[in-house]
Write a protein that binds this ligand. Sequence first.
Ligand code: ADP
Ligand code: MG
Length: 191
Amino acid sequence: MRVQISSLAQMRTFAEVLAENLRAGDLLILSGNLGAGKTTFTQSLGRALDVAGRITSPTFVIAREHPSLGEGPALVHVDAYRLSDAEELEDLDLDSELDESITVVEWGEGLAEQLSADYLSLTITPVFEDEIGAGGEDDTDVTAGDDESEPDEHRIVDLHGHGDTWDERWQRLDASIRAIVTVTADEEDTA
Ligand SMILES: Nc1ncnc2c1ncn2[C@@H]1O[C@H](COP(=O)(O)OP(=O)(O)O)[C@@H](O)[C@H]1O
Ligand SMILES: [Mg+2]
């Protein structure tokens, strides 16, 4: 599904709704260029999951575990940018934490899929100002109306579920996302 995000606040709401649909063992693979919003999204997810510690773009630390402040699962945040191959990712030994945690891997595309057959892929793409509203009918604002549209905060999030668990859970996730943001069909849906 393709999600239209029109502000930073809406990205936060999106992360909150996603968090409500996550549980221990889930893997999220984030893609998108530098500055797209992967870390910002992860910060909102961490807040929604009520985990400890500041979520940052790590300079040296590649994987960091943020334990839950409550009863929930920990958030393991991985930045795979500096990893050159799948072997280096394997060396991080994420498998041991994968089952008990929610694992988010930035720059994980093409690497982190080996960790689990079940994962969510999110690709965040900034939308340039002159493209906004160019989509015709789809620019109707059907959001909760709690925030203004900020041109430089527009993002497209392509979200896909992979594996059996997401086949089963997709309907519920899909419905909860559609309740808060505009969703349009993407290439994969229409293909
Ligand atoms: N809707 C949005 N979602 C995420 N980040 C946004 C959004 N709008 C603006 N931003 C800004 O874009 C930047 C994204 O940076 P960052 O999250 O570090 O990107 P990445 O981790 O993908 O390199 C931040 O400065 C953030 O405040
Ligand atoms: Mg980042």
